[in-house]
Design a protein around this ligand. Structure first.
Ligand SMILES: [Zn+2]
Length: 174
């Protein structure tokens, strides 16, 4: 497929949860594939002190912190912005592992989709509902069928959200 305008995102990945490197690499590859299907190229870099507001940090930690611990359902990640406007997708690896075990799917597929979901929150326009959809990758919580779709590489963005992500990336002059 030849695109006139390539949309791209640079992600800085920090593995602070001792995720096995193979699992992490496969999850990165799968996340890139999910975004490629909606016309967005993902490239990965090591964490640095860049203040480029278009660089997004993906931080994999063991467990959630603070008030996220008191949510009634399992939360596998969170998307936040720093005071400087940098997007941060935090992933809680032990929650990812336990969901993968519970639904008998691979950790890498759940990790990939959890990262893709939190990144989606950072790329969707502000104020788009709460960023969640009723179907697909951006559901607020996934059921057994969704985990199995994730395992088959079929848990994707709904077309409406894919279009919103593309237009918000175009809008920032990418
Ligand atoms: Zn969400």
């Amino acid at each position: 497929m030849v695109r006139a305008l390539a949309l791209s995102v640079v992600l800085q990945l920090a593995n602070a949860a001792h995720v096995p490197s193979m699992t992490l690499r496969e999850a990165q590859h799968e996340l890139s594939r999910v975004y490629h299907t909606i016309g967005v190229d993902v490239s990965w870099s090591r964490p640095d002190s860049s203040r480029d507001p278009f660089t997004i940090r993906v931080i994999v930690i063991e467990y959630e912190t603070g008030e996220l611990q008191h949510r009634p359902r399992t939360v596998m990640g969170a998307a936040v912005r720093t005071a400087e406007g940098t997007g941060v997708a935090a992933i809680f690896y032990r929650r990812v592992e336990s969901q993968a075990n519970q639904y008998a799917v691979t950790t890498r597929s759940v990790l990939a989709c959890a990262m893709a979901h939190e990144l989606g929150h950072l790329l969707l326009p502000n104020g788009f509902r709460d960023g969640h959809s009723t179907l697909g990758l951006m559901r607020a919580s996934w059921d057994r069928d969704d985990f199995q779709r994730a395992e088959r590489g079929q848990l994707r963005f709904e077309p409406e959200q894919a279009a919103l992500i593309r237009s918000s990336l175009k809008g920032r002059g990418n």
